[in-house]
Design a protein. Structure first.
Length: 272
């Protein structure tokens, strides 16, 4: 799982042109606000909601941790697919990915005291390695390979990303069917919470950023709802509560389905 996620991160970052990201930083205040909201405000809000709802077990902890995650690297593609702001989605997805090793561990382990069977420095180091090494490798490849060559082989890189996502899917879903058959009520409840968490963070963020424009607000909601749980699945130790890891796997369902389920809603809201 760790090798697959690291390889996936490397190829995804290789397809992100740093110059393009810098060019998109035309609205630094908005980018900073979205980054702050996703990485700092949303985890605190999720923590308060979990406490208020009495979710003090593994599901509550998993919900809070999911809110500390960076925006999914697929978010820009999903945003463009449903007609939302792909530029701001790309910038915020990259920025939150680079910052999550420094924000998530202190929030989850320090402020909220969630037990993940790993120390604060250990989790920060693992996240930094899984994010930092792919970043350095992608930068090195860009320096060694001409831009024209990278452009020519871009479709092949995208194809490799798809295959790695398939491999990642096999790893994530390993044992899920057996768990569903053994504990159907718990699994269905976890799945419902995954969809509710995704939709709740999406809606709250869209409402909070509505003054920035409907298209940007909806893109921000998509970023907030769809978080990159692959990083946590790659770095958390085997001693972590199994139910927390299973919840992260269940979060893949709203991640990949929500853009298509919400597509008609987005189209109607953009026209109104």
């Amino acid at each position: 799982m760790t090798v697959t996620v690291a390889g996936l991160m490397t190829l995804v970052l290789l397809r992100v042109d740093p110059a393009q990201v810098i060019a998109y930083l035309r609205r630094p205040v908005l980018v900073a606000a979205l980054t702050f909201w996703l990485l700092l405000a949303m985890p605190v809000i999720a923590y308060g909601v979990a406490l208020a709802a009495g979710l003090d077990g593994p599901l509550g902890a998993a919900l809070v941790i999911s809110a500390t995650g960076c925006a999914a690297t697929s978010s820009p593609a999903f945003a463009r697919l449903v007609g939302l702001d792909g530029e701001i989605s790309l910038v915020v997805a990259v920025v939150t990915t680079l910052l999550v090793p420094f924000t998530a561990p202190p929030l989850a382990l320090g402020l909220m005291g969630i037990d993940l069977a790993i120390s604060l420095t250990g989790l920060m180091t693992r996240l930094a390695l899984v994010v930092g090494l792919p970043l350095l490798i992608s930068i090195a490849i860009r320096r060694l390979v001409r831009r024209e060559t990278l452009h020519t082989y871009g479709p092949a890189v995208d194809g490799a990303v798809v295959w790695l996502v398939v491999l990642y899917g096999f790893g994530v879903m390993d044992g899920i069917l057996a768990k569903l058959l053994a504990e159907p009520a718990w699994m269905l409840g976890g799945l419902a919470l995954a969809f509710a968490g995704n939709a709740g963070m999406n809606l709250l963020t869209a409402l909070a950023f509505l003054p920035a424009g409907r298209r940007v607000a909806l893109a921000g909601g998509l970023l907030a709802g769809n978080r990159n749980m692959a990083l946590y699945l790659a770095v958390l130790p085997a001693a972590t509560d199994e139910r927390i890891l299973i919840f992260f796997a269940l979060c893949q369902f709203p991640l990949f389905l929500s853009p298509f389920l919400l597509g008609p809603v987005y189209r109607r809201l953009r026209k109104s």
